[in-house]
Design a protein around this ligand. Structure first.
Ligand code: FES
Length: 156
């Protein structure tokens, strides 16, 4: 069985699985990291969104063979907390606004939000409606208005 090494939430990990196994199943079933959720399994719903090297991506669509030892995978469990607190500012914004209804999509929503804010900051901008309109994470409870408000608050 081939071995695959990568960085996960700041730590080096090695797994032995066939190369075609997609990363979402490695994270959830092999490594026990359950923040990334299984929704569609085909890169549409965004429930599984994590970061690879700081950018949002869908691990349900990436075979483990495409992940290398220099790749840094971050799940919601690895988001850095604000100094002196337990949560990342985006997570706190989510709680402050009672965003979650069923909650299933929320880890993916937050990971997309963090990556989106990071991207616009790198471009020297503040987050705007045009950035929020590009977010494609599905929420079947329809909490989109609260999600948009939380992203703006978490970006402050
Ligand atoms: Fe990955 Fe839907 S489960 S995009």
């Amino acid at each position: 069985m081939p071995k695959h090494t990568f960085k996960l939430n700041g730590e080096q990990v090695t797994v032995e699985v066939p190369g075609e196994v997609r990363l979402l199943w490695v994270l959830r079933d092999v490594l026990g990291v359950r923040g990334p959720k299984y929704g569609c399994g085909i890169g549409v719903c965004q429930a599984c969104t994590c970061h690879i090297n700081g950018k949002a991506f869908n691990p349900c669509s990436v075979p483990i063979s495409e992940i290398g030892p220099d790749d840094e995978i971050t799940t919601i469990e690895g988001l850095p907390a604000t100094v002196g607190k337990d949560l990342h500012p985006m997570q706190q914004a989510w709680l402050d606004r009672d965003v979650a209804q069923c909650g299933y999509c929320q880890p993916g929503q937050i990971m997309t939000a963090v990556a989106t804010v990071r991207k616009v900051r790198e471009e020297g901008r503040e987050i705007g409606d045009e950035d929020l309109d590009k977010i494609r994470n599905v929420c079947r409870c329809g909490t989109y208005q609260r999600i948009r408000e939380a992203i703006r608050a978490g970006a402050d």
